[in-house]
Design a protein around this ligand. Structure first.
Ligand SMILES: *Cc1c(COP(=O)(O)O)cnc(C)c1O
Length: 377
């Protein structure tokens, strides 16, 4: 007897593979019986949340009436975001993480007969939403392995593909990109925006913006005035250290924000998360410290891995992609057995790579030591 319960499920969803997140520490400890495991697998802030956020949350738990629904408009947080970017509140959309924004865009702009365009080796969530919406994916080959930005987006090729495929409704660009860490020159992005038709939405994912070298930061805010089809998203999950609370946001035209708002869950951000994000935005010292640590440790880790003869992709984010030149699965497994969780990239068609988030100095040392043992074995 065949199971008919899924007969009417969306075709795209049935052929989908669920996103596989970095393994939680508890799960590794349970599965392998190791203790003191460390996780360098999901690009979280190794400093944890700022002390000010912790204190505000503790006070809020005692004070806030969580029996009440949160402010569904997120007004107080939006006011702070508006001040930070000098933008009208009507142009801000809050998401349950920026993943939520990606999903809202998919729901509004993707469906049968329409396509999303993105690069090979780009953030996995773009393909998941495309497939879930039964839309077509136009995946543009990335830059070659020998390029200055290896495996990075090839924007001229993406512009050519955009011209060739009239059904493209939505373009995803991640800058810096996850999992490669590669970056795009602002002039390249601008040239792409100049060529994109006015009715194609260009989604610029700036999840790692804070980690970018200031000289490489695009003038995204000014672009929003010039390109009404541009939407930019940021997150509190990385440099702001709030991945567990799920807050992200987008900046766009008011018209685009308005349609996203129509499909947004009415209370997609909980009250404690809204409060934590407000306090985090005010604690820019913590962000600066987090970025400093990352810049220092990323350089050191890259140097140390280089000394061991390993190729590390140039990264402008809070992680590095390491090419082992052979199947990285056994190395991943070996690291797990040493209590070190990193991210395999086989699902990104980079089976010889592992992605390692930049940790504290002690965590990075622990990783290097474990890697030494695994490679010697
Ligand atoms: C981590 C990440 C995000 C942020 O996800 P959240 O839902 O905000 O936690 C978005 N885009 C990319 C490319 C990322 O790597």
């Amino acid at each position: 007897m065949s199971d008919q319960t899924l007969n009417h499920a969306a075709r795209g969803v049935l052929s989908l593979e669920a996103y596989s997140p970095g393994m939680p520490i508890d799960e590794l400890q349970r599965r392998l019986g190791v203790s003191n495991a460390i996780k360098l697998a999901s690009n979280e802030n190794p400093l944890g949340p700022s002390a000010r956020v912790r204190a505000a949350l503790a006070a809020a738990v005692a004070r806030e009436n969580i029996a009440l629904y949160p402010d569904g408009s997120g007004h107080r947080l939006k006011k702070k975001i508006a001040a930070l970017h000098d933008i009208a509140i009507e142009r801000i959309t809050l998401g349950n993480g920026s993943n939520d924004i990606i999903e809202l865009l998919g729901r509004v702009f993707l469906g049968p007969g329409r396509a999303a365009l993105y690069s090979a080796h780009a953030f996995a969530v773009y393909s998941i939403i495309t497939q879930a919406q039964d839309a077509r994916a136009v995946v543009v080959p990335a830059r070659p392995a020998g390029d200055a930005q290896p495996y990075g987006h090839d924007l001229p090729a993406m512009a050519a593909a955009l011209k060739a495929h009239a059904d493209v409704a939505l373009v995803f660009i991640a800058n810096p990109n996850n999992p490669t860490g590669t970056v795009l020159a602002p002039a390249e992005i601008e040239a792409f925006l100049d060529q994109a038709p006015a009715d194609v939405i260009v989604a610029l994912d700036e999840a790692y913006f804070e980690y970018l070298d200031p000289a490489l930061r695009p003038p995204t805010r000014a672009w929003l005035e010039r390109y009404p089809n541009l939407i930019v998203f940021r997150t509190f999950s990385k440099a702001y250290g709030l991945a567990g609370l799920r807050v992200g946001y987008s900046l766009s035209s008011a018209a685009l924000a308005d349609v996203l708002n129509r499909v947004r869950q009415p209370f997609n951000n909980n009250s404690l998360a809204l409060l934590a994000a407000e306090v985090a935005l005010d604690d820019q010292d913590y962000v600066a410290r987090s970025v400093d640590l990352n810049t220092r440790e990323r350089a050191r880790l890259t140097r140390e891995l280089g000394k061991r003869g390993l190729r590390v992709l140039p990264s402008q984010a809070n992680f590095v992609a390491i090419d082992f030149g052979r199947d990285a699965k056994p190395i991943h497994q070996g690291l797990l057995e040493q209590g070190v969780i990193v991210r395999p990239l086989a699902s990104y068609e980079m089976p010889t790579f592992l992605r390692v988030s930049i940790g504290t100095e002690a965590e990075n040392e622990r990783f290097l030591e474990a890697l030494g043992k695994v490679l010697a074995a």
